[in-house]
Ligand binder design. Structure first.
Ligand SMILES: Cc1cc2nc3c(=O)[nH]c(=O)nc-3n(C[C@H](O)[C@H](O)[C@H](O)COP(=O)(O)OP(=O)(O)OC[C@H]3O[C@@H](n4cnc5c(N)ncnc54)[C@H](O)[C@@H]3O)c2cc1C
Length: 414
């Protein structure tokens, strides 16, 4: 067409128009529902629990590494209110002017005892699930909930605790924890004891107490429904419903912690202990080989993607942080890591309290593998990477710069 010709209106191609409309709709969908088309209920729930991503300089990572739970949206300082000891109210609501309503229970039909792990001083999400399960069971039986836990781990009144027996310290000796638990059993005769089914925490303590006291135990409970327990049987193929056992070990996400009326969280004295078995000693955490810890059991994972080229710093960082090593399929394909360290849909599904990732894009197959991680930290040069969207803490920087800086910082502190 020559420039001096009068311009005719262009003909509109209906197919092109339709495609354009579709593209726009897809764009809008993908920006609201990042990275997954299928809605995975666990992902959804984790996302609801997440705080928005925070972008931080590499020095800011330090706080999270020392206490990954410190970003917990539910964690707050212990402000449990003590009830009026002279109160004679039977399950009833008592209000004070300008104070939130506190549900006080004086004479419940039974007590449910919950023993969270609180391994680093704060409640884990699994602990909160166990507390929610205890509340469910107690409400079903018109009972009350007693927690045996470190005092500063949570605002217990806000999460449904009627009574609290405070453990003096985070690193309470297992023998002392066991003796306290037995003393509570003798003093308050709870109808049920609920613990998170963790290999080194509640799972161990629950089995120990069940054996010592000859109590029936229900491990791996996935749901509490109408006062009954549901757990997987026959290799996970069927759900089995059984009456509530005296000792109940709950799986993660067995109950949904929901906000409800504030409870009293009245502090009870530790009953007199009969005898502490001094033969059990807590040696704290032992250093592990980062390449041999099974990924399913790891509590802290450091993971590499294609954006990592300084493998020496990565390996060294894993040792210093005492974290298990993992990676994406891309790095396993390239033989930087053995196949059994691959996280994702065709690798291992992991559920550590902290997942520290370097140079990982966040492909849907990888994100499926980390859906149940409690806290995710992502280091990536690309602000728009899906891994950054998934992260609770994002560091937009070169992995090869962050890793040595972090190492230097950690070494200076130790
Ligand atoms: C059927 C199937 C199953 C799969 N299963 C899995 C699985 O189980 N697990 C899995 O992980 N993948 C799986 N994948 C592969 C997956 O789709 C992705 O290809 C893979 O996860 C990408 O790995 P990556 O993030 O390491 O690499 P890339 O996609 O190449 O991403 C590299 C990232 O590093 C960042 N980066 C680059 N340089 C730097 C730097 N200097 N510092 C910091 N960041 C940097 C980039 O911005 C980018 O985000 C599967 C694929 C298929 C088809």
């Amino acid at each position: 067409m020559r420039c001096d010709e009068p311009q005719r209106p262009m003909r509109r191609d209906p197919r092109a128009e339709r495609n354009l409309r579709r593209c726009r709709t897809n764009e809008a969908e993908s920006s609201t529902e990042a990275c997954s088309r299928r809605r995975d209920p666990r992902l959804e729930r984790d996302r609801r629990r997440q705080r928005p991503s925070i972008q931080l300089s590499s020095s800011g990572i330090q706080a999270l590494l020392s206490d990954p739970a410190s970003l917990s949206p539910l964690r707050s300082r212990h402000t449990a209110r003590r009830g009026d000891p002279g109160s004679t109210l039977s399950p009833s609501l008592a209000t004070r002017p300008s104070q939130p309503e506190i549900l006080r229970i004086e004479a419940p039909s039974c007590w449910i005892l919950v023993v969270p792990d609180a391994p680093s001083g704060a409640l884990t999400s699994h602990d909160r699930d166990a507390i929610a399960a205890a509340r469910l069971l107690a409400d079903n039986k018109n009972g009350g909930v007693i927690a045996l836990a470190p005092a500063a781990a949570a605002d217990y009144g806000a999460i449904g605790i009627d009574r609290l027996v405070q453990l003096p310290d985070v690193h309470t000796e297992p023998a002392f924890r066991l003796a306290t638990l037995e003393a509570i059993l003798a003093e308050y005769a709870p109808a049920h004891i609920i613990l998170p089914d963790t290999p080194l925490g509640g799972g161990h303590l629950g089995r120990l107490i069940a054996t010592r006291q000859s109590l029936a135990i229900a491990p791996g409970v996935i749901r509490i429904s109408g006062g009954e327990l549901v757990r997987l049987a026959d290799g996970g193929r069927i759900e089995q419903t059984l009456p509530a056992a005296p000792v109940i070990l709950v799986a993660p996400e067995s109950a949904d912690p929901k906000p409800s009326a504030r409870r009293e969280a009245r502090v009870l004295p530790i009953p007199a202990l009969s005898e502490v078995d001094e033969t059990i000693e807590d040696c704290g955490l032992l250093p592990v080989d980062p390449y041999s810890v099974p990924l399913q059991e790891a509590d802290f994972i450091i993971s590499a993607g294609n954006g990592v080229s300084d493998w020496e710093s990565f390996s060294e960082l894993a040792k210093v942080l005492n974290a298990a090593v993992a990676g994406t399929r891309a790095v396993c394909d390239a033989n930087y890591l053995p196949r059994h360290r691959q996280v994702g849909a065709s690798g291992t599904l992991v559920n550590p309290r902290c997942y520290l990732s370097f140079g990982i894009s966040g492909a849907p197959q990888h994100l499926q593998g980390i859906a149940r991680c409690e806290r995710v930290i992502a280091v990536n040069t690309d602000l728009h990477a899906d891994m950054i969207k998934r992260a609770d803490l994002a560091i937009i920087a070169d992995a090869q710069t962050v890793m040595p800086s972090l190492l230097a910082l950690l070494r200076k502190q130790r």
